[in-house]
Design a protein around this ligand. Structure first.
Ligand SMILES: C[S@@+](CC[C@H](N)C(=O)[O-])C[C@H]1O[C@@H](n2cnc3c(N)ncnc32)[C@H](O)[C@@H]1O
Length: 317
């Protein structure tokens, strides 16, 4: 960990107690650890839902993502550096943590990557799951021993091989549920979530029962109105880190403007992810850098739906 980051951890003397909410609520305030934090969609969702976050720590190494979260959250997020460098001493120092979440890099697990390295290859990124597991294991045992609440959520792509899904489930001793952002937005984005949030199984089940086409969220609702852009399709596939990801096999773009087929503006993609326009427009980030950050991100609509399951467990402002 860099020196300037370690100082973050020394700023406060963390009492091993969960303080009552400033709003007077008897419920505990959230003490969060966000691994693989990316552009901070987890924290953004918590704030949108009105949770009273006492403190949030994060692990992230991408400098564009770090710049973006620093900009938006005015340095509220205390960065711990690489997840591989998080030690039990660091965890003892930041404890108690009552919410741990993260989605490790999926490139080496995703079914669409024919050269994926899988879960165990030390040269790949799939193996970072075990760092989440290491932190999860330490914090969950500690919380059980100290009788403090501990909620957690681990996310990854639903296109991973079944053997990898089953290995992850074995480690957590939990089965995942699948959520697709298609339920809340025009984008298909199927993801596994392993979690102990109360009511998560029922929520997933009720969502599966929905008819996609019944949900009032069509691509055309997300297009720039002033430019008279029209949607060629009602729903789109998964948005990835590549600008070309939404061209279909016939190289047809999802939007028409002035008689030409074209791709989505980056601000339209931000809206599809549930983010405000220009959320990723920080410093001099290029369009392709912004697409890279968004292509790896959580869909805010989905994460909000999941985090709202904690509404009766933790204080709100
Ligand atoms: C699938 S993305 C998660 C994105 C995040 N959920 C969001 O909504 O933006 C995985 C993230 O893990 C980060 N990452 C990769 N290696 C890491 C490491 N050693 N420690 C911490 N984060 C890492 C990547 O930079 C990337 O932002």
């Amino acid at each position: 960990m860099a020196d300037n980051q370690s100082s973050d951890m020394e700023v406060e003397g963390y009492e091993n107690a969960i303080l009552p909410s400033s709003s007077g609520s008897k419920l505990p305030r959230l003490r969060v650890l966000s691994l693989f934090d990316g552009i901070g969609t987890g924290y953004y969702s918590l704030l949108q839902l009105g949770f009273d976050v006492e403190v949030i720590y994060a692990s992230e190494i991408d400098k564009d993502a770090l710049m973006l979260t620093k900009y938006h959250f005015s340095g509220n997020i205390k960065q711990l550096g690489s997840v591989t460098e998080i030690t039990t001493e660091m965890l003892d120092k930041i404890a108690p943590i009552n919410l741990l979440f993260g989605g490790s890099p999926c490139a080496d697990l995703s079914g669409v990557n024919y050269r994926k390295k899988g879960l165990f290859n030390p040269d790949g990124s799939g193996i970072l799951f075990f760092d989440f597991y290491r932190v999860w294991n330490y914090l969950s045992v500690k919380a059980a021993r100290e009788n403090t609440p501990f909620y957690w959520l681990f996310e990854n792509v639903a296109s991973m091989e079944i053997k990898n899904r089953d290995t992850i489930s074995k480690f957590f001793e939990y089965q995942p549920i699948i959520f697709d952002s298609l339920h809340f937005s025009p984008q298909r984005r199927r993801r596994y979530f392993w979690s102990n949030f109360p009511g998560i199984k029922q929520l997933a089940y009720s969502r599966e029962m929905d008819d996609y086409e019944m949900i009032d969220s069509k691509l055309e609702d997300y297009l720039e109105k002033n430019l008279d852009r029209q949607a060629n399709v009602v729903k789109i596939g998964t948005i990835t880190s590549k600008r070309s990801c939404l061209q279909d096999s016939r190289s047809r773009n999802p939007v028409c403007q002035d008689g030409q087929c074209t791709g989505l503006f980056i601000t339209e993609i931000e809206a599809i992810f549930g983010l405000p326009p220009h959320f990723t427009d920080i410093g001099d980030l290029s369009i392709s850098s912004r697409q890279k950050l968004l292509g790896r991100a959580w869909s805010v609509q989905v994460i909000k739906e999941l985090l709202s399951l904690l509404s009766s467990e933790f204080a709100k402002k």
